[in-house]
Design a binder for this molecule. Structure first.
Ligand SMILES: Nc1ncnc2c1ncn2[C@@H]1O[C@H](COP(=O)(O)OP(=O)(O)OP(=O)(O)O)[C@@H](O)[C@H]1O
Ligand SMILES: [Mg+2]
Length: 382
């Protein structure tokens, strides 16, 4: 095991904007770190540079404190999960997984025990004698993961290893991957564009967009205190509602005024977030769908109870997502209530919803940088 330090890494391809622009982060020994970002963010580029398959234009990569400049891929002792096409077609599954261990002259008993454990978790124990051409795409993918995991590598680099599996298998793998990482005390840098994977498996998440680090933190930090509007909208499902508002102050009372409603801010919250020191002006209001609650009609007109019409309703088994139209703005509300009930409101029906004034995010309208977050410890509405 070894720690990884990425220092001011830059990679340019041609004249366009750099694929990686001065990124820095670290992975501690035995830590499970996610590189999370949309397509084209620079995730694969970062992994390839770390594995030594590509060379940076600037910055350093230190593995176990050692500068990797000029060190060939095979001398770095990194295990990278390539895609399934890297399996050896003339070997069966067991021998595909055993191959890197035999190269390192591992004892046969140890090889069997490692492959047994890993293949059980990956659900491929029954496929050991098949050749890779006799496997489905998802099975091949799991064998490729297994072949990387059985090795004793300084660090494991994984590029969306489970994104092509079906939903049920992905859910199983999320749990098992995390257990396997703990059991093997593995150091893992795992690339994904799936925030659910990052939130459930990662010790820490590095959010990347357009070749720049947007935020580094624990899943909780990233979800509760997103550093900017990009992170706020990227992490969370359903995504955070964001509305451009005007922040106004009158007689010591602060409000955010959306096109179709206005919210009175809690004065303690305004002070704690030092918003009173900032001049009034445009802000982006961020409301998580799970922190909006439906309100009964008799609460209409109460402070912070707003009105709209049902635009769409999605029932997802035990929960319901409402799209609510307020004037020209669509807001999403997530609720456990009404689940399975037959009394879902029809499209176009009037609805009322409550906004908790302590459960708001505010972002600078121009830069997107976060100005204020919900009060810590707020319970998520049922
Ligand atoms: N060999 C290359 N030549 C030119 N441009 C490249 C090359 N490799 C990557 N890029 C560009 O660098 C940027 C980052 O690519 P990268 O593959 O790292 O993205 P990614 O975050 O892995 O995306 P995805 O989620 O789609 O896999 C993209 O704009 C891509 O077009
Ligand atoms: Mg990629």
């Amino acid at each position: 095991m070894a720690d990884l330090r990425i220092e001011q890494l830059t990679r340019r391809f041609g004249a366009s904007a750099p694929a990686l622009d001065d990124i820095s982060f670290s992975v501690a020994e035995q830590e499970f770190v996610f590189l999370l970002g949309p397509s084209g963010a620079g995730k694969t580029t970062t992994l390839r540079l770390t594995a030594g398959l590509d060379q940076p234009d600037g910055g350093r990569i230190l593995l176990g404190g050692r500068d990797m400049a000029g060190i060939a891929p095979r001398e770095r002792n990194v295990a990278m999960v390539y895609d399934k096409h890297s399996l050896y077609p003339h070997l069966d599954v067991f021998e595909n997984m055993a191959y890197p261990l035999r190269l390192r002259a591992m004892a046969e008993a140890e090889i069997r025990s490692r492959i047994g454990r890993v293949s059980e978790i990956l659900g491929i124990g029954h496929l050991m004698e098949r050749h890779s051409a006799q496997l489905s795409g998802g099975q091949q993918q799991r064998v490729a993961i297994g072949r990387a995991l059985v090795r004793d590598a300084a660090i494991y680099l994984m590029d969306e290893p489970i994104s092509h599996l079906d939903a049920k298998l992905r859910a199983h793998m999320r749990v098992e991957f995390k257990k396997l990482q703990r059991e093997f005390a593995a150091t893992i840098l795992y690339v994904s564009h799936d925030q659910l994977e990052a939130m459930t498996m990662g010790d820490r998440i590095v959010v990347l967009d357009q070749g720049k680090v947007q935020q580094i933190g624990t899943p909780r930090d990233i979800f509760d205190r997103p550093a900017n509007r990009f992170v706020a909208e990227f992490v969370g499902e359903p995504a955070m509602n964001t509305i451009v508002c005007d922040r106004q102050q009158e007689a010591g009372i602060w409000r955010v005024v959306a096109p179709d409603f206005a919210l009175q801010l809690d004065s303690g919250w305004v002070m704690r977030n030092a918003l009173h020191n900032r001049a009034p002006g445009p802000v982006v209001l961020g409301l998580r769908p799970e922190q909006l609650t439906l309100a009964p009609p008799d609460q209409a007109g109460q402070p912070n109870v707003e009105s709209g019409r049902i635009y769409a309703v999605e029932t997802l088994g035990s929960e319901t997502v409402y799209d609510i139209e307020t004037g020209g703005t669509l807001l999403r509300l997530w609720s456990r209530r009404n689940a399975g009930s037959l009394s879902l409101p029809p499209i176009g029906a009037p609805v009322h919803f409550r906004v908790d004034p302590l459960a708001l995010h505010l972002f600078d309208a121009a830069s997107g940088v976060a100005l204020a977050h919900p009060e810590p410890g707020l319970a998520v509405a049922a």
